[in-house]
Design a protein around this ligand. Sequence first.
Ligand code: GDP
Ligand code: MG
Length: 162
Amino acid sequence: MDIVAIVGRPNVGKSTLFNRLIGERQSIVDDQSGVTRDRQYGQSHWNGKEFAVVDTGGFVRNSDDVFEAAIRDQVEIAIEEATVILFMVDVTTGITDLDEEVAQMLRRAEKPVLLAVNKVDNNQRQLEANEFWSLGFEQTFFLSSVTGSGTGDLLDAAVEYI
Ligand code: GDP
Ligand code: MG
């Protein structure tokens, strides 16, 4: 089955989107930091297409180096196994060094990557979100995983590859 992988650093909202996609609370959402361990798989469908969704880990670790390495590992697995990758970032923090690092890996990947700028809950944030175009992803989407706004357009684009 085709796999849609959600990658990105902790706390950007990956599990919130995952839960919305699979329609059950299979993945743990935490207010402090990402707590999803390793990888969670769920099944979803959109526009009549079935696919598996992968929520990549929360990696609660102490050392920043281990932490970064764990994210790199997850991105590498996604590049290998996914049909399409959703790279999630967070408008409330802006672009971080880790975002830049993941972006660099994904730009080199020969897989379709959709940039999902999350937490765009209102018009002010929509303006702020424009900075993410600078990451260089032609397919950039603005969404709020909490309200669901923008998630439909993202999924429409994702299932084009399935
Ligand atoms: P993950 O670590 O990337 O899996 O992030 P989570 O899904 O656990 O979310 C981290 C925090 O961000 C939680 O408090 C979520 O409720 C919050 N969050 C997720 N999506 C949104 C969103 O679209 N808007 C806002 N305001 N908060 C969000
Ligand atoms: Mg999570």
